[in-house]
Ligand binder design. Structure first.
Ligand SMILES: NC(=O)c1ccc[n+]([C@@H]2O[C@H](COP(=O)([O-])OP(=O)(O)OC[C@H]3O[C@@H](n4cnc5c(N)ncnc54)[C@H](O)[C@@H]3O)[C@@H](O)[C@H]2O)c1
Length: 369
């Protein structure tokens, strides 16, 4: 697996081992590993390659180390593992039963592979479970992104203008939490419906070109590239802070900022200052997932539903070996329902059950006005 090596992932590793698997793990982002967790897993005899602050060379060397276990099932967060196997280790594909993908960016890449007829084993879109993207992306990213920004900066939110690019599952969560902390929210979108939703949710909606002049804090969560560009940074106010909570570190064009700045320096552990046209602009966590770089990622309760999905996806894949197409597939609805039920039970919450009369009513078309 290539997942953020956090304490929650550690529990998933233990769960899969308890289920009979041999596990080999590396990180899926150079800044997200919790070194104590990696050390604890190594002590338990797990093959683990990860440390916080990995170089690019180490990142890809470690992925190759994981692949050398000759996996039957892969678990990815962002599709780097699957992509490496398809590029450089094709000989292993016949033995691979399936893969499981954790995040939206990974699903986008997998669908692109599928479209190009370049996907050669079945991939289960765990991200698309309701108990994943409507929980982890929304509540998890919402809360932990605030945690990352606050730990990195210790700024006061009330009265600040907070610009969010992307109003998907993650962006909606980030907006809600930032609003709760007292910020004025601006949403930037490229999708008309999402922009409409943002407006109806009570936020100002405008292009980044305009928002750049108004914002105090900027956060990208789009899964896209160069959403904040130099042309935007040039319009920003002195002291503006930029963070990213999307999967890759390409949402903010930091390279152009670096090459156009007269100076740069680290002012706090996860806060870099750049001087652009005499203005100070700040980048948090080197533009990598701010919630994992500057904080601890999502709270465990959120990851319990996400990783319950991963564990059950592995089981589903193993039980359906050879029966799944080489495409991006969803887990059956009943597994998603089971995860929600397990979580509610753990929270001591029970819900209503449909009566026989209601089941019959919902399945019939005869009864009308
Ligand atoms: N930080 C975390 O822990 C965490 C957790 C889950 C997902 N993610 C990542 O966050 C990103 C977003 O995930 P999601 O589930 O919200 O995706 P999503 O597809 O639901 O939403 C993304 C939104 O961004 C918009 N968008 C795309 N390009 C844009 C642009 N140039 N300007 C403005 N808006 C743009 C899209 O229209 C869409 O509404 C992905 O990279 C995903 O992998 C991060």
């Amino acid at each position: 697996m290539a997942l953020h090596v956090t304490k929650e992932t550690g529990i998933l590793v233990r769960t899969l081992i308890a289920g009979g698997a041999q596990v080999s793990i590396t990180g899926c982002n150079p800044l997200s590993t919790q070194d104590d967790v990696a050390a604890a897993l190594a002590k338990e005899g797990v093959h683990v390659w990860a440390y916080k602050g990995e170089t690019r060379d180490d990142y890809y060397r470690y992925i190759k180390n994981v692949i050398s276990l000759k996996p039957h099932i892969t678990i990815d967060d962002g599709c780097d593992l699957v992509s490496e196997i398809h590029k450089d280790h094709k000989e292993l594909i016949p033995e691979i039963i399936c893969g499981c993908e954790e995040t939206t960016t990974g699903i986008i890449r997998l669908k692109a592979m599928e479209k190009d007829n370049a996907l050669h084993y079945p991939m289960i879109a765990v991200n698309d479970n309701k108990t994943k993207h409507l929980v982890d992306n929304y509540y998890g990213t919402g809360q932990s992104t605030m945690d990352g920004i606050l730990r990195a900066t210790n700024i006061l939110f009330p009265g600040k203008t907070f610009v969010i690019a992307g109003y998907g599952s993650c962006g909606k969560g980030v907006a809600l939490k930032a609003k709760g902390l007292g910020a004025n929210i601006i949403i930037c979108e490229v999708d008309y419906f999402r922009a409409l939703q943002a407006s109806y949710d009570g936020y100002r909606v405008m292009p980044m070109e305009k928002a750049a002049e108004l914002g105090d804090i900027f956060c990208t969560v789009t899964g896209n590239k160069h959403v904040i560009r130099l042309e935007h940074m040039k319009k920003m106010k002195n002291g503006s802070i930029m963070a990213n909570s999307g999967h890759f570190d390409i949402e903010i064009d930091i390279k152009s900022l670096e090459s156009s700045s007269s100076s740069s320096r680290r002012v706090r552990p996860f806060m870099d200052e750049y001087v652009l046209d005499g203005k100070k602009l700040f980048i948090l966590g080197e533009g990598r997932l701010v919630n994992l770089a500057a904080a601890e990622g999502h709270p465990s309760e959120v990851m319990s539903t996400s990783f319950c999905g991963q564990a059950l996806a592995c089981e589903y894949g193993a039980k359906n070996k050879g029966k799944m197409p080489n495409s991006v597939i969803n887990l059956p609805e009943e597994i998603d329902r089971l995860i929600a039920e397990i979580q509610l039970t753990a929270m001591s919450i029970s819900i209503d059950k449909l009566t026989q009369e209601q089941i019959e009513y919902l399945n019939s078309w005869h009864e009308g006005t």
